[in-house]
Write a protein that binds this ligand. Structure first.
Ligand SMILES: Cc1cc2nc3c(=O)[nH]c(=O)nc-3n(C[C@H](O)[C@H](O)[C@H](O)COP(=O)(O)OP(=O)(O)OC[C@H]3O[C@@H](n4cnc5c(N)ncnc54)[C@H](O)[C@@H]3O)c2cc1C
Ligand code: SF4
Ligand code: SF4
Length: 529
C-alpha cells in the first residue's frame, strides 16, 4: 500500500483543543432570547415564562414581583382577562394550554392575603397628570410613580376603578380584590383627586400647560342607541348604567320580563345581573349563539343560570305602553358585518324592560380642536402619543380593543414612552419580534400532564399551582438544564457566568444542542463562508 498517498493521521495524546473542528461547519448555533407566544399575546406584555419558572422553584414572591412589573392587577386580571395568552400557548396542541390565568389569580390572591407590598418608589420632580381612574389610568399612574414621577390622578367619579367598579359585577370581581390592588398602587404615593371632571377644552389645555406630561384614559362611556327603539323610552335602559346601579347596590325594579340586546361580555353581565335580580331574561343578538362575541365560558354560565340566549335575531320595530314594550323581531344571518334578513321569519316579543348592551363610545367633544380625533377615538401612535406634544392617551378612549388588560397594557406603554420623552430619549418602538414556535420545543423532556381545571378558577392549593407551573415549557427561557453542554459531541458548549456560549473554533454545526434544548432557546444559523 502506498502510505504516502494518505492524508496525515490526526491524533493527540493531550487535549483535542488543537483540532479546530469548527472549520468544517456550515451553520452555527446561537442562544437567542425570543419571546414566548404567551408573552407576545398578553396585552400587558406579561413575562409568563419567567414568573412560571420562579413559581416552579417555589419563589412565589419573586413570581409576583415579575408579574407586577407589567401589570399591577394580577388578581383582577386572573378573574376577568380574556386570556389571549392561553390561546397562543405552545402547550395547547400537546396536552392543553397552561392555566396561565388561574395561576395569575392564585399569585395575585396570595399577594393580597399575605400583604405583599411594592418596593419604595424613588422621588423625582417631574409631574405627570392622568385623567381617568380606570385600569388604564391606574396602570399608567403605577408605572410612572415607580419610575419616580410625581403623579396626580384626576377622576370624575367618587371612586377609582372605572368599569372594573361600575361595569364588571361583584360576582365576577369581588370589590375587596379590586380595592386591595388599587390601594397597593396608591400606597406608592399618588395624589388622587376624586370628583374632578374635565369637561371643556380649556380645562384640558390648562392641564397640558401645568404638568410636564399628561395621560388621558377617559374610557368610553357614551351609550350607543338603537334607532328602532323609542328615543324617550322610560323602559329602555343603557347596560352600563344598569350595571352601575346594581353594582352600587341600587338595583332598579324592571318588571318580570327583561330583554337584553347585545351578544358581548357586557350583555352577559347585564343578563346575569338581571337574572340574579329575579327577572326572566332573554338575550337578543344579531350573531347566532356560536358566534356571539362574549367568551364561551360566560355564555355557558349565563345559560346555566337560566338566561335564554336568542341568537340570529334583529329587532326591527318597537312600541311601548304603560305595561311594557312590544318588540317586532326578524331572524337574520349575520356575517362579515352584514345582516341578511330571513324572509317570513318575523315574530313578536313582549318585555317589561329592554337593556341595551351594544357598545359605548368615548365622550371627546371637549378635546376637539386640541387633539386629533379619528373615527371617534383619540388618535394615538404606537407609543400612545397624541397629536399634541406631551399628551398621551390610551384605553377605551383610544382603542377599539375593549379589554381590561389591553387598557392596562396601553397605560404601561404610555408611561414608558412618557418617561423616555421626558428624559429626551428616542421612543422604544418595540416592533413584533418572532416568537418561539412549538416546533422548537423538544417535548421528550416534558412528560404529558393534564392541565389543572380550566377557566378562571384559581389554582386552589399550592401543590396544584406548583404542578401547573411545572408544565410550562419555558419557551425561549433558558433554564440552565445543561442539555446543550452534555450533548455536544465536540465539547463546543461552555458554561459562562450568564449561561452558555458556543466555542466557534470547535462547533461543527451538527445542531444537536438545538434539537436537545427543551425550551427552544437555541437556533441554528446558516453561515456563508
Ligand atoms: C359591563 C362590562 C363588562 C366588561 N367585562 C370585561 C371583562 O370581563 N374583561 C375585559 O377584559 N374587559 C371587560 N370590559 C371592558 C373593560 O372594562 C374596559 O375595556 C376597560 O375598563 C377600559 O379601561 P379604561 O381605563 O380605558 O376606561 P374605564 O374603565 O371606562 O375608566 C375610565 C375612567 O375615566 C373617568 N373619566 C372619564 N372622563 C373623564 C373626565 N372628563 N374627567 C375625569 N375623569 C373622567 C371615568 O369616570 C372612569 O373612571 C367590560 C366592559 C363592560 C362595560
Ligand atoms: S394578563 Fe391576561 S393575557 Fe396576560 S398573562 Fe395574564 S391572563 Fe394572560
Ligand atoms: S408553555 Fe409556558 S412559556 Fe410556552 S407558551 Fe405556554 S405558558 Fe408560555
Amino acid at each position: 500500500m502506498n502510505t504516502r498517498a494518505l492524508p496525515p493521521t490526526t491524533w493527540t495524546t493531550g487535549t483535542t483543543e488543537a483540532i479546530k473542528t469548527g472549520t468544517w461547519r456550515a451553520a452555527l448555533p446561537a442562544y437567542l432570547k425570543r419571546p414566548a407566544p404567551c408573552q407576545a399575546a398578553c396585552p400587558a406584555g406579561g413575562e409568563v415564562a419567567r414568573w412560571m419558572e420562579q413559581a416552579r422553584a417555589g419563589d412565589w414572591y419573586g413570581a409576583w414581583l415579575t408579574l407586577v412589573e407589567n401589570n399591577p392587577f394580577p388578581a383582577v386580571a386572573g378573574r376577568v382577562c380574556h386570556q389571549p395568552c392561553e390561546s397562543a400557548c405552545n402547550r395547547a396542541q400537546y396536552d392543553g394550554a397552561l392555566a396561565i390565568c388561574s395561576l395569575e389569580r392564585h399569585i395575585g390572591d396570595r399577594a393580597l392575603a399575605e400583604g405583599w407590598r411594592y418596593p419604595e418608589a424613588p422621588v423625582g420632580t417631574a409631574r405627570v397628570a392622568i385623567v381617568g381612574g380606570g385600569p388604564s389610568g391606574l396602570s399608567a399612574a403605577y408605572q410612572l410613580r415607580r419610575r419616580g414621577y410625581a403623579v396626580t390622578l384626576f377622576e370624575a367619579g367618587n371612586a377609582l376603578g372605572g368599569l372594573l367598579r361600575d361595569g364588571i359585577p361583584h360576582y365576577r370581581l369581588p370589590r375587596e380584590v379590586l380595592d386591595g390592588e388599587i390601594d397597593r398602587i396608591l400606597e406608592q404615593g399618588i395624589d388622587v383627586r376624586l370628583g374632578a371632571v374635565f369637561t371643556t377644552a380649556a380645562c384640558f389645555a390648562r392641564l397640558a400647560e401645568t404638568f410636564d406630561a399628561v395621560y388621558l384614559a377617559l374610557g368610553a362611556r357614551a351609550p350607543r342607541r338603537l334607532a328602532v327603539l323609542p328615543p324617550d323610552g322610560v323602559r329602555i335602559l343603557d347596560g352600563a348604567d344598569y350595571l352601575a346601579q346594581v353594582n352600587a347596590g341600587h338595583t332598579p325594579a324592571l318588571g318580570r320580563y327583561v330583554a337584553v340586546i347585545g351578544g358581548g361580555s357586557a350583555a352577559m353581565d347585564v343578563a346575569r345581573s338581571a337574572r340574579r335580580a329575579g327577572h326572566d331574561v332573554r338575550v337578543l343578538s344579531l350573531e347566532c349563539e356560536a358566534d356571539m362575541p362574549a367568551q364561551r365560558e360566560e355564555l355557558i354560565e349565563a345559560k346555566t343560570e337560566g338566561v335564554l340566549l336568542v341568537g340570529g335575531v334583529m329587532v326591527s320595530a318597537a312600541t311601548q305602553d304603560d305595561e311594557g314594550l312590544r318588540l317586532d323581531c326578524v331572524r337574520v344571518r349575520f356575517h362579515d358585518g352584514k345582516t341578511d334578513v330571513i324572509p317570513g321569519s318575523g315574530f313578536t316579543l313582549e318585555a317589561h324592560a329592554v337593556i341595551l348592551a351594544i357598545g359605548q363610545d368615548p365622550r371627546l367633544a371637549p378635546l376637539e380642536g386640541m387633539l386629533e380625533i379619528e373615527a371617534g377615538l383619540i388618535a394615538v401612535d404606537e407609543r400612545g402619543a397624541t397629536s399634541r406634544a406631551g399628551v398621551f392617551a390610551g384605553g377605551d378612549a383610544a382603542s377599539l380593543q375593549r379589554f381590561v388588560t389591553h387598557a392596562i397594557g396601553m397605560g404601561k406603554r404610555a408611561a414608558v414612552e412618557i418617561h423616555r420623552w421626558l428624559e429626551g430619549e428616542p421612543p422604544a418602538l418595540p416592533g413584533a419580534r418572532p416568537t418561539v414556535p412549538a416546533s422548537a420545543i423538544n417535548t421528550f423532556y416534558h412528560p404529558r400532564a393534564a392541565r389543572i381545571g380550566g377557566g378562571r378558577q384559581a389554582a386552589e392549593h399550592l401543590e396544584q399551582a406548583a404542578a401547573e407551573a411545572a408544565r410550562c415549557f419555558s419557551c425561549g427561557q433558558c433554564t440552565y438544564c445543561d442539555n446543550c453542554f452534555d450533548y455536544c459531541p465536540d465539547m463546543a458548549v461552555r458554561r459562562v457566568a450568564a449561561g452558555y456560549e458556543i466555542a466557534a473554533d470547535y462547533c461543527k454545526g451538527c445542531g444537536l444542542c438545538v434539537r436537545e434544548c427543551p425550551t427552544g432557546s437555541i437556533v441554528l444559523r446558516e453561515e456563508l463562508r
